[in-house]
Ligand binder design. Structure first.
Ligand code: F6R
Length: 235
């Protein structure tokens, strides 16, 4: 794992932008794995302001809530449109369909998208409990796309985006850790003290299902972009 410590999340976004640019310079049809949440927002801001052209590229998102309509303000589809796609359209952007009637066929649809479009660059955030995507502690590292029951801590963390905790969806579709590890290159961003323990466990802890992000230790091309607060517990 390469570790880059930056001054703040804006500098982190700038650094992540360099990875996107490098990938696009190499191949205008590159496939990007994308994340939602607060962490990648500065990266998307830099991408939006840039002159990068994604119109030949493909994006594949990590996850989506089950049961939220695509136009719900908290759906990840809406988040991606609001923060990136309305300004930087991709040739094709894939997200799990949270409203799919048949869950099994939705899961196999997403797996076949991933098989046909191997990810060149995957952008990740990390949860306070070490989750990546919605792969919570205890999840097998071999899983492909799957339906996840969210933990109470993730529901509580996401509650800030909803009027009431009971409005937070209980399930999500997520790429599995097995799918994430197939990406050729991975960047994971973490900003703020609330991520410091998870960052330490990911980088210095044992490779263990208790910290899903520790699986990244087994990948050969991972760069972790941290601000000082997120890096404060590292030895
Ligand atoms: C989002 C995702 C999650 C988040 C993580 C951190 O697509 O996959 O794993 O990256 O929950 O969320 P934030 O960035 O809001 O702290």
């Amino acid at each position: 794992m390469k570790i880059s410590i930056v001054k703040d999340k804006n500098q982190g976004g700038q650094l992540a932008y360099n990875f996107f640019k490098e990938e696009l310079d190499r191949n205008s049809q590159a496939v990007f794995g994308l994340a939602t949440g607060s962490t990648p927002l500065t990266t998307y801001e830099v991408l939006v302001r840039s002159d990068l052209d994604f119109s030949n590229s493909i994006s594949i998102n990590l996850d989506e809530y089950v049961g939220l309509a695509a136009d719900h303000p908290q759906s990840y589809k809406h988040y991606m449109w609001k923060n990136l796609f309305q300004y930087k359209p991709f040739q094709h952007s894939y997200l799990p369909d949270g409203e799919a009637a048949d869950e099994k066929s939705e899961i196999s649809r997403y797996d076949s998208i991933l098989e046909k479009n191997p990810i060149d660059l995957q952008l990740l955030g990390i949860g306070r409990n070490g989750h990546i995507g919605f792969n919570e502690p205890g999840t097998s590292f071999n899983l492909k796309t799957h339906k996840v029951e969210l933990t109470e801590s993730t529901i509580a963390a996401n509650a800030r985006f909803f009027d009431e905790v009971r409005d937070v969806p209980r399930y999500a579709y997520s790429m599995g850790i097995g799918s994430i590890l197939k990406s050729k290159r991975i960047i994971l961003e973490a900003f703020g003290a609330s991520k410091a323990q998870a960052v330490k466990d990911m980088i210095e802890g044992p490779v263990s299902q208790q910290c899903p992000a520790s699986a990244l230790q087994t990948h050969s091309d991972v760069t972790v972009i941290l601000d000082e607060a997120a890096a404060q517990k590292l030895n």
